[in-house]
Write a protein that binds this ligand. Structure first.
Ligand code: SF4
Length: 138
């Protein structure tokens, strides 16, 4: 059992122009705004890319969950590049593979079906947030 963190970082990739990138972002917003507000927190991926000290501190001092939009794993690799350790890495397509009735569409933002899938995904990711917040899995 590790030390209990105050926050768990949920970091989606930028995912510009990709439906599963939009799904990754929507899932992270759902977690931070509605499912685990105050516990799950976000940062902006490009801040890590430019080595912003606050963003780097956030991902090196707290457990991190990444959600990527494709196998290039930009969010996961960006955390690792600044010395952070990713406690759990998701690819957003996994959520669709497990819920084929919820096909997301859209690239700037997902459609209503995509938002429903993001809610289902956020509920799953929230279980990992809770474990990490309890000091498990560190
Ligand atoms: S992981 Fe894929 S979708 Fe996400 S930012 Fe990288 S290239 Fe774009």
């Amino acid at each position: 059992m590790g030390k209990k963190p105050k926050q768990v970082v949920v970091l989606p990739c930028s995912g510009i122009g990709k439906t599963f990138g939009a799904l990754a972002r929507e899932t992270a917003y759902e977690l931070v705004e509605r499912v685990r507000p105050g516990l799950a927190t976000l940062t902006c991926l490009p801040l890590l890319v430019i080595n912003d000290p606050e963003a780097v501190a956030l991902v090196t001092e707290n457990p991190v969950i990444t959600i990527d939009g494709c196998p290039k794993d930009c969010a996961k690799k960006s955390v690792e590049a600044v010395g952070g350790r990713v406690a759990k890495a998701y690819e957003a397509i996994k959520f669709y593979k497990e819920h084929k009735d919820l096909k997301p569409e859209g690239i700037a933002e997902v459609n209503d079906t995509g938002r429903k899938l993001a809610q289902v995904a956020a509920a799953e990711v929230a279980r990992e947030v809770d474990k990490l917040a309890a000091g498990e899995g560190e």
